[in-house]
Design a protein around this ligand. Structure first.
Ligand SMILES: CC(C)(COP(=O)(O)OP(=O)(O)OC[C@H]1O[C@@H](n2cnc3c(N)ncnc32)[C@H](O)[C@@H]1OP(=O)(O)O)[C@@H](O)C(=O)NCCC(=O)NCCS
Length: 194
């Protein structure tokens, strides 16, 4: 397995992997995430993309894009990891773990202090992420269950750098900030929050 930065010619394969990975979990969900990612990529907030290849074919993908922390002193740039996808037939062989590590490395190379994400604490918690609330960060919506909103602190940050995280407009245009019922309620039950 090889991990490298995504090239322009990977664009369609990447959307195919996103569709397959998310589509396996809920009908039509994969198309929504792929459409979101196509728009993020076409906009001004894409920061990094990594692909995983097996036998020369794209089987995994991770994206890193810009967000901000609405701190009292200033609107500070940060980044977020989303989406993370492994093609279903290649899951559980370490590709997702390797892509998370590649995304953290890419984010560190950008010189930004924080990498946020929404996701399973069981998966990301053992891969370097911590609950963002323990560092003084609020999710961009109350519809992000607190344990799911996670962060890697990439570098020394000043004490004033806390506050609510702000996503670019494209995430709201695609209604892809947090979850909505019934998915939200199901995740809250799974996390033991209700
Ligand atoms: C989550 C995902 C990227 C993991 O990819 P992968 O290549 O199978 O990952 P790895 O082989 O490195 O690790 C497998 C681990 O993922 C866990 N896992 C798989 N799907 C998961 C899910 N939906 N939620 C939480 N954990 C999950 C497995 O239990 C295993 O955990 P363990 O190593 O602690 O036992 C992949 O399952 C996927 O594409 N899922 C659909 C899209 C998605 O949910 N993306 C993440 C959104 S935050």
């Amino acid at each position: 397995m090889e991990i490298r930065p995504a090239e322009p010619e990977d664009a369609d394969d990447v959307l195919g992997v996103i569709r397959a990975a998310f589509g396996a979990e809920a009908a039509a969900h994969g198309d929504r995430v792929a459409d979101l990612w196509a728009d993020v990529r076409a906009g001004e907030h894409l920061l990094a993309e990594r692909v995983a290849l097996v036998e020369g074919r794209v089987v995994g993908h991770v994206g890193v894009s810009r967000c901000w922390v609405d701190a009292r002193r200033e609107l500070a740039s940060a980044c977020m990891l989303s989406p993370l996808s492994t093609a279903p037939q290649h899951q559980r062989s370490g590709i997702g773990t390797a892509l998370v590590a590649a995304a953290v490395e890419a984010a560190r190379g950008l010189g930004l202090p924080l990498l946020f994400l929404e996701g399973s604490p069981a998966f990301y918690g053992s891969r370097g992420f911590e609950p963002a609330s323990t560092h003084g960060f609020e999710a961009p919506s109350r519809r992000v269950p607190a344990p799911a909103f996670q962060v890697v602190v990439l570098s020394d940050r000043p004490d004033w750098l806390t506050g609510r995280v702000v996503y670019p407009e494209v995430w709201w245009r695609h209604d892809s900030t947090g979850l909505r019922d019934p998915d939200l309620a199901a995740v809250e039950i799974a996390l033991g929050l209700t």
